[in-house]
Design a protein around this ligand. Structure first.
Ligand code: 2HA
Ligand code: ZN
Length: 271
């Protein structure tokens, strides 16, 4: 579809999404069809592309997303594998147009690939972030083995402060890259409105969430930054587990060392 392929800005963003999809696979965070991505590409769409006809009948959203009326998203496809999104983003994902009233969406490019089963919750998250004045464009969900491991440990599950400060304390970069820390979202069935609502509650204060015994979700305005944030916390998790496997409890940076990063890097003072 030339209208899409000749749009350099849009294709550049699609390539960055494909790049990250490849990282998720090579990291071992995307078994089978694990994970999903949605990116608001409205500002990258040409007027012509915005008018493309629907490739399939419009689908109702479970919950209206009034702040997203007339917006466009690239969304990975339901049942699609990240390793294939990396190679062929338009065979394993599609561009959708949200109706002006925010009640439904249509697939407009490039093929009628049905969006991830998490589309309703992704759009609810995008809608919520817009409603509080955020310019967030990316919702990235993936299954990092090490971080999911932390969600099997009761003390971390019960305290996002303990989880956040433990991960932060492994390397200074962790607090610098993820200054709002990680919120813990209690278990709920994947793809449900319950999981979406529990997630949204925490998005007011966090850009990264750990879904109990399931995975991680990051929001932001750049997909590479979202990946980097998860990657940095995953590194901290690996340092922690490696120390435990070697038979010692990692000392971690002291509270004083951690808190000195706030003024040094002009970070928000969270946790
Ligand atoms: O798309 O990861 O949470 C597959 C999933 C559902
Ligand atoms: Zn998942």
């Amino acid at each position: 579809m030339d209208i899409i392929r000749n749009n350099k800005a849009l294709m550049n963003e699609i390539e960055r999404i494909a790049e990250v999809a490849g990282y998720l696979w090579t990291k071992g965070w995307a078994e089978r069809n694990g994970g999903n991505i949605s990116v608001n590409v409205t500002t990258l769409m040409s007027d012509e592309a915005k008018m493309l006809p629907a490739l399939a009948p419009a689908r109702e959203l479970v919950e209206k997303v009034p702040c997203l009326g007339g917006n466009f998203f690239y969304v990975t496809g339901t049942g699609k594998r990240m390793r294939y999104v990396a190679k062929a983003p338009f065979e394993n994902g599609s561009i959708i147009r949200i109706a002006p009233d925010g009640a439904s969406f249509e697939i407009i490019a490039e093929q009628p690939v049905s969006p991830t089963m998490e589309i309703h919750s992704h759009l609810m998250m995008h809608n919520y972030l817009r409603s509080i004045g955020r310019n967030t464009t990316v919702v990235l969900h993936t299954h990092p083995t090490d971080l999911i491991g932390f969600s099997h440990c009761k003390p971390f599950l019960e305290s996002s402060k303990l989880l956040t400060r433990t991960l932060w304390s492994m390397i200074p970069e962790a607090r610098i890259v993820v200054p709002k820390g990680i919120g813990v979202v209690p278990y709920a069935i994947p793809g449900t409105l319950e999981l979406a609502r529990l997630t949204i509650e925490q998005l007011r204060t966090h850009d990264m969430l750990l879904w109990e015994k399931h995975g991680v979700l990051a929001v932001g305005d750049d997909i590479i930054d979202c990946f980097d944030a998860i990657d940095t916390m995953s590194k901290s998790a690996q340092i922690y587990f490696n120390a435990r496997w070697a038979g010692f409890e990692p000392v971690g940076m002291t509270d004083e060392q951690l808190d000195a990063l706030v003024p040094a890097f002009n970070l928000p003072d969270c946790y």
